[in-house]
Design a protein around this ligand. Structure first.
Ligand SMILES: [Ca+2]
Length: 168
């Protein structure tokens, strides 16, 4: 196979399957990035947008619409050096009605921890996902509602990068 044919093969492969940028993890047709920094939830959402624009993408905090995505992200968290990450679920508009930030999706799937979401103090409207090593039993390996102004690491989501960019 000549060099040109190899390039063509790689380009077709990328078109067919999509790719995630370096440092991102692929699940189905999406790419996920676990931050090294912690931020408030609103700042994390802004950061996801800024980071995504580096790839010409619209980014947002991760949506977790099903158990497959949930398990995939829990495994990434457990393999990371941090235990607590913002995801996009929030009930800022209507108490108890969680939606995925930056989407039109209601949060129908959830992996709430024991007694969560409890809206503690009447002011917890954002959602953190805690890995199995989170140091409070009942809050680990699950989600909790949290003050949006608390600091957590965060998980960003973009759709896969189309191969067209490589071909062009
Ligand atoms: Ca809570």
């Amino acid at each position: 196979m000549g060099l040109n044919n190899i390039f063509l093969f790689v380009a077709i492969f990328a078109v067919a399957y999509g790719v995630c940028p370096s440092g991102w993890s692929s699940y189905k047709t999406n790419c996920f990035f676990l931050s090294r920094e912690n931020e408030t939830m609103p700042d994390a959402q802004v950061m996801c947008g800024i980071i995504a624009r580096s790839y010409g993408k619209t980014g947002r905090l991760a949506a977790v619409p099903d158990v497959g995505t949930d398990t995939f992200l829990f495994n990434l968290i457990d393999a990371s050096q941090y235990d607590s990450y913002w995801i996009g679920a929030n009930d800022l508009v209507e108490e108890g009605k969680f939606v995925w930030s930056g989407t039109t999706m209601k949060a129908t799937y959830a992996k709430w921890g024991q007694d969560q979401p409890d809206n503690r103090g009447g002011t917890e409207h954002c959602t953190a996902m805690r890995g199995k090593d989170f140091p409070f039993i009942g809050f680990n390996a699950s989600w909790t509602d949290n003050l949006c102004t608390d600091l957590n690491n965060y998980i960003c989501e973009i759709t896969e990068i189309a191969g067209a960019g490589i071909v062009g």
